[in-house]
Design a binder for this molecule. Structure first.
Ligand code: FAD
Ligand code: SIN
Length: 533
């Protein structure tokens, strides 16, 4: 048994910010942070474009950032969440600058503010094209200054502990479901530890790995959302899966797909079909800088009409020195693939990028399960609605980590540490004999989601996906009850749960809105509704 005052599941921008804030205010609290692999592997680490925040009040305004966020969200944002993030964002960014995060400067004029799709002003602070890497570095350094934070690497959270583990029947309508911590697999020893805490904060990131092509690293298997669903917590708006318009096309199918930041289009990059023609004018007056749902759908449509596997991003007209200074990682990656961005067209294709839905929280970060908070990409706070505005997610994680800390600080002493929790039982299970059952099912799952629940959906495709998912789920649950727990098996189980939640939510939405487009209901309804699970 590992006892702490606070258990944080996840060491990306959300988890580390929260842990640091709590540790600074309360050096007497013991804070345990879990990372399923190494402490700096996360979606955060790969963020390129930057953090959106209203920085230059002479040109920009909070009202404009709010309007852009609401416009991208296509009628489904919670206006209070949007206002909270936009108004509080700049202070939270200043805080991470104080903790050592570097952002690029523009000569003596202050920060170099980039532009991405859906933004009407330049407001994106960035560190070259490595913003997430820089934030993760600074946060890990800051966290390491606090001796009351313990980061446990290679600790894989399996399930949240609730009354269910104390022998009570817990259903989706049980009132007062409470979280007492989590069971986690120590990957180094193979033992399953019981981690108990007064409060648990879930910061377990995204789920891009449900698709064949994704910009998310292999750790992004939706474990957090799946754990909350199993614990009978509320999940919201899972049909809104964001596909990034421009990942680097690679016939060798890299996992993850390499992202070509939207900031490249903000810098002047232009989309073209394979015969070199511009096409975005047919879809939106904002052209290559329209919000992501529009650009990704336009690319998908062009590829389908023409039978092409990619479109091109044209940067040949851009000035080389500036391009290489802003996008050194993208430049190097392209060159390593034999593409010189200054001379060649860059082949790009949409890839799953961000989960807009997730664990439903209120504006304090509280989930529907008592003592369980959720922050970062695994949540649905109401900020993104039906489509996330570019570079709003790092900002959301910072603001909601702060809000959660504000809520927890006066509360945590009043929460007891429940210790009558039984150890994990592995009775009746044996070591897996055929790993191929797990790897093959994972491949099948990605194929199902890519073919039937992608950028364009229909009733027939969703039904087919659901039928296939039921079979996969049945086989995997059988394996789970018979086999010793492994990260691969847990991840497969979580991926199936996420795929089910996305497909079911998509089937429930009888309209096209934001990131959800279905040929059976191509119009938007007048009446806006959330999908809850
Ligand atoms: P993550 O950073 O993903 O961290 C998740 C953590 O949870 C990890 O430490 C992981 O080990 C841990 N974890 C997960 N499951 C378990 C488990 N079962 N047990 C234990 N630990 C677990 N957003 C922007 O705002 N601007 C950008 O420019 C931008 N660019 C992006 C580029 C790429 C390529 C990608 C993939 C995303 C980008 N995003 C961007 C999105 C943004 O990076 C993420 O939404 C954000 O970083 C998520 O942070 P997080 O802390 O919620 O989760
Ligand atoms: C990008 O750099 O294009 C990604 C930005 C984001 O996902 O917010």
């Amino acid at each position: 048994m590992i006892k702490s005052d606070l258990l944080v599941i996840g060491s990306g921008v959300a988890g580390l910010t929260l842990a640091t804030k709590m540790a600074r205010q309360r050096p007497d609290l013991s804070i345990t942070v879990l990372s399923k692999t190494v402490d700096d592997e996360s979606n955060t680490r790969y963020a390129q474009g930057g953090v959106a925040a209203v920085w230059n009040l002479e040109k920009d305004s909070f009202e404009k950032h709010i309007a852009d966020t609401l416009d991208a969200g296509d009628g489904l944002c919670n206006a209070d969440a949007v206002k909270a993030v936009v108004y509080e964002g700049p202070d939270r960014v200043r805080e991470i600058i104080e903790w050592g995060t570097r952002f690029d400067q523009h000569g003596t004029e202050g920060y170099d503010l980039g532009r991405e799709g859906g933004h009407t002003e330049n407001r994106i602070l960035h560190y070259k094209d490595l913003t997430g890497w820089e934030i993760q570095r600074a946060l890990l350094e800051e966290a390491s200054r606090h001796s009351n934070i313990t980061v446990l690497e290679h600790f894989f959270a399996i399930d949240l502990i609730t009354q269910h583990h104390l022998g009570y029947n817990v259903t989706r309508v049980t009132p007062g479901i409470t979280c007492y911590g989590a069971y986690a697999l120590d990957k180094k020893t193979g033992s399953i530890e019981t981690l108990l805490a007064r409060s648990t904060v879930l910061a377990a990131g995204g789920a891009g790995q449900i698709y064949r092509q994704t910009t998310n690293p292999v750790i992004a298997t939706g474990d957090g959302i799946a754990m909350v669903y199993r614990a009978k917590g509320r999940i919201r708006d899972m049909e809104f899966v964001q596909f990034h318009p421009t990942s680097l096309y690679n016939p060798a199918a890299e996992n993850p797909s390499f992202l070509i930041s939207e900031a490249v289009r903000g810098y002047g990059g232009v989309l073209r079909t394979r015969d070199g023609k511009k096409f975005m004018y047919r879809y939106d007056e904002r052209l290559s800088l329209a919000p992501r749902d529009i650009v990704a759908r336009a690319i998908d449509n062009e590829m389908k009409i023409r039978g092409d596997e990619f479109v091109y991003l044209d940067c040949r007209h851009l000035e080389e020195k500036g391009f290489r200074e802003h996008f050194p990682t993208i430049y190097d990656k392209c060159m390593s693939e034999g593409i010189n961005p200054m001379k060649d067209l860059i082949p790009v294709v949409p890839a799953c990028h961000y989960m807009c839905g997730g664990v439903m929280t209120d504006l304090r970060g509280r989930s529907s399960i008592d003592r369980l908070y959720a922050i970062g990409e695994c949540t649905s706070t109401g900020l993104h609605g039906a489509n996330r505005l570019a570079s709003n997610s790092l900002l959301e994680a910072l603001v909601f980590a702060h809000r959660t800390a504000e809520d927890l600080l006066p509360r945590i002493d009043g929460l007891d540490l429940r210790t009558d929790v039984p150890d994990w039982s592995a009775e009746g299970t044996t070591d897996p004999k055929e790993m191929v059952l797990i790897t093959q099912s994972t491949k099948e799952l990605k194929e199902i989601m890519t073919s039937y629940v992608g950028i364009v959906r229909s009733n027939v495709r969703l039904k087919r996906a659901m039928d296939r998912l039921h079979l996969l789920s049945k086989e995997t649950e059988e394996l789970y009850t018979q086999t010793t727990i492994s990260p691969q098996l847990c991840e497969l189980r979580n991926l199936i749960t996420i795929a089910y939640l996305v497909t079911r939510s998509a089937a429930m939405r009888h309209e096209s809105r934001g990131l959800h487009f279905t040929t059976d209901y191509p119009e938007k309804k007048d009446h806006v509704e959330e999908t809850y699970m």
